[in-house]
Design a protein around this ligand. Structure first.
Ligand code: NAD
Length: 366
């Protein structure tokens, strides 16, 4: 199945997202067609390198493509300027030129870092995304946001750089550990909560099929989430408008990740963030009563956390939120739901400046 992201700003930057099984074996020809290059840098992390990286490079060699593997230690702690600099230096040492292409093979961390390397290397080279986690397939590989974390917060340095192609091979999910699958489901719940009440009902109804990785259930989940994300980012490539709805849960989530020094998975932080932000929406009179409870109940069924990590205080989180990319003039802003499947808009703005006192109250209530 192919879903096209037709970016409104730059028609030339439109690209396909392929979803299916057995696509990994076809990667050399897919890569060559969508991103012709003299040499390919396959950027991945240490875990994915062992599972799939060496295999991909071997397949490229079989197809007479020049490909080299560049791996960095797995985990969010590697999403840094240092990893970006080290990968860029290694490509320079290997004399990769402007005629190279980057293949980002891995989860969201790999996609964000490798995409940022591609965005900046020799002022920008093309890249393709081969997401290997559920979260990366349905979320981070789409939309062209690349970047790294810095001590002040998540994703604060980066660039928009659209991939030439996204290849989501569902077979790769077989090796994904259960907590990583759940972390991806958090983003699926977000997609449903912001845009599609029927999809939300599907996630409620098909809980068992999804968690036992039934092929049809996973395929439907990935397809619907990709459709929603592709639709939202195509209309607003650089997040000047409606794209902000994708940040539901993320103002709190990014603060949780930063203050917990990334001891929680991104998807888990998003679950916690949605639970708190949905309650905030109800307290502000934006969301219908019961919205927060329904979202929280679904997240909990998928084994996701709803409470702040131990030791996280409302003051710490608020201080981090003031640095959030959505903050304006030091005022923290949130993308909030009115109901399951429907986000709140205030004129042309899709975010709300919530009074700090109310945010503090919600965070402190636990
Ligand atoms: P991740 O990239 O750290 O991957 C999670 C773990 O799973 C890693 O240890 C990895 O090695 C392992 N793994 C990956 N694929 C595997 C497979 N098929 N089998 C077994 N193990 C596998 O984490 P993630 O949850 O994929 O991504 C989170 C990151 O994505 C965060 O940094 C977040 O900020 C970012 N993100 C970016 C966007 C965006 O628009 N750019 C959107 C959402 C999230």
């Amino acid at each position: 199945m192919t879903i096209r992201v037709a970016t409104a700003e730059q028609r030339s930057a439109s690209y396909d997202i392929l979803i299916g099984r057995g696509l990994f074996a076809e990667l050399p020809s897919l890569v060559q067609a969508a991103c012709p290059a003299a040499r390919y840098a396959v950027i991945t992390d240490s875990d994915v390198a062992t599972l799939y990286g060496d295999k991909l490079v071997a397949r490229c060699h079989d197809a007479t493509l020049h490909a080299e593997l560049f791996a960095f230690p797995a985990g969010e702690a590697s999403k840094t300027r240092e990893t970006w600099a080290s990968l860029s230096d290694r490509l320079l040492q290997r004399q990769f030129g402007r005629d190279c292409g980057v293949i980002a093979l891995g989860g969201g961390v790999v996609g964000d870092v490798a995409g940022f390397v591609a965005a900046t290397y020799l002022r920008g080279v093309p890249y393709i995304q081969v997401p290997s986690t559920l979260l990366a397939m349905i979320d981070s590989s789409i939309g062209g946001k690349t970047g790294v974390d810095v001590p002040a917060g998540k994703n604060l340095l980066g660039a928009f750089h659209q991939p030439r192609l996204v290849v989501a091979d569902l077979d790769l999910l077989r090796t994904l550990p259960a907590p990583q699958l759940a972390a991806g489901i958090a983003e699926a719940v977000k997609h449903a909560a912001i845009a599609d009440a029927d999809y939300f009902a599907f996630l409620e109804r098909e809980h068992d099929a999804v968690t036992t990785r039934q092929p049809e259930a996973l395929e439907r989940l990935v397809r619907r989430s990709v459709e929603i994300k592709a639709d939202v980012v195509a209309a607003d490539e650089r997040e000047t408008g409606r794209r902000a709805i994708l940040n539901f849960g993320h103002t709190v989530a990014h603060a949780v990740e930063t203050t917990a020094k990334f001891a929680v998975l991104h998807g888990e932080a998003v679950a916690i963030g949605m639970a708190y932000e949905a309650r905030l929406a109800e307290l502000l009179g934006i969301a219908a009563a019961g919205t927060a409870q329904r979202i929280g109940r679904l997240l909990e069924r998928y084994g996701l956390p709803l409470a702040l990590p131990e030791g996280a205080t409302a003051e710490q989180l608020l201080a981090t939120m003031r640095l959030d990319k959505k903050a304006r003039a030091g005022t923290v802003r949130f993308a909030l739901p009115e109901a399951v499947g429907c986000m709140h808009a205030d004129g042309s703005s899709w975010t709300v400046a919530a009074p700090e006192g109310v945010v503090r109250e919600v965070l402190a209530a636990g």
